[in-house]
Design a protein around this ligand. Structure first.
Ligand SMILES: Nc1nc2c(c(=O)[nH]1)N[C@@H](CN(C=O)c1ccc(C(=O)N[C@@H](CCC(=O)O)C(=O)O)cc1)CN2
Length: 285
């Protein structure tokens, strides 16, 4: 008789719904107490269809949670200086409590310069150097949203990273690097893999926790997953395909995030939660 072992799914949709419900309660209390609703400014450069969809999802969720949103749509021809000026204006505007610059912004723009124009107290997407530093040192501040959401999922499913080998595949500024720092802060032994890693399969086979965050469809295959490992798929690829080959990985992992319904919803829930926190601090409540 053959025995099949399939991993438990980590349900990001359900956890995100609970976080958004709690955030909506906090937003209502804050609005009642201060007479001002929390406000998130979303900034989109160009009309990349995926980015348009993500920004719309964020605005819809804001509306449902009692957070107002102000949208700034800029043409694809926007220069770095123009984008920086827009973000500085929003940073100085007392009616805006959080700022989200949708990534990517286009190759002709210096994205880092743009991120750094966001005031740290309004950096609810956790993309500035200041947020990276506070997050890495476990100090008060805002975490990068997808990494923050991943750690919440691990907590929810009772996964303690302490002493575990965590392999992060990808080193982007808003995902790979910060998720590694959060896992390190939880005492995991963290290895980063990237395009110059010599033997990715060998590294992944050692991992108790794998975070796939590279944007390469189905790069991580079941045969490379250590039996019983926790597999987090943070890949966003066209057609809702993750970076993990789910069908093979689910047979080896103990816990795995699906795509869709895993990490994605947690990204937006974290953004909303941090927007209300930012508003509370700025409104002195
Ligand atoms: N400034 C930022 N830019 C980008 C981020 C980010 O966190 N900050 N992350 C990604 C894209 N992203 C948010 O912007 C995002 C992607 C996917 C989801 C999501 O909930 N996906 C669903 C499926 C959605 C669908 O049905 O199409 C899921 O996985 O279940 C949320 C946010 C890049 N840019």
């Amino acid at each position: 008789m053959t025995q099949t072992r399939a991993a438990r799914l980590m349900d990001g949709t359900a956890l995100a719904r609970r976080i958004v419900e709690d955030t909506a309660r906090r937003a209502a209390e804050l609005t009642e107490r201060t007479g001002t609703a929390p406000c998130l400014a979303t900034v989109l450069v160009g009309e990349d269809p995926a980015s348009v969809t993500y920004v719309r999802m964020k605005q819809n969720r804001c509306r449902k949670a009692g957070i107002t949103s102000r949208h700034v749509a800029l043409p694809a021809t926007t220069t770095t200086d123009e984008l920086v000026a827009t973000l500085r204006e929003l940073s100085a505007d007392p009616g805006v409590h959080g700022i989200l610059l949708q990534h990517p912004v286009g190759d002709h723009i210096d994205e880092r310069a743009a991120f750094e124009a966001i005031a740290p107290e309004k950096d609810v997407d956790g993309v500035t150097f200041a947020s990276f530093a506070t997050m890495s040192f476990g100090l008060p501040g805002f975490v990068s949203c997808t990494p923050g959401g991943i750690v919440r999922l691990l907590d929810e499913y009772g996964v303690d990273p302490a002493g575990k080998r965590a392999v992060v595949v990808g080193r982007s500024a808003i995902l790979g690097k910060p998720v590694g720092m959060l896992l390190l802060a939880r005492d995991a032994t963290v290895t980063y893999c990237h395009s110059r890693t010599r033997d990715l399969s060998a590294a992944v086979r050692e991992a108790d926790i794998v975070v796939a965050a590279v944007g390469r469809p189905r790069l991580i295959r079941g045969q490379d997953v250590k039996p019983g490992a926790v597999v987090i798929d943070a890949g966003y690829n066209p057609g809702n395909v993750g970076d993990v080959d789910f069908d093979s990985a689910v047979e080896r992992a103990s816990l795995i995030t699906p795509v869709p319904g895993g990490v994605g919803p947690m990204t937006i829930a974290t953004l909303l939660e941090q927007t209300v926190t930012a508003a509370g601090r700025q409104l002195g409540a």
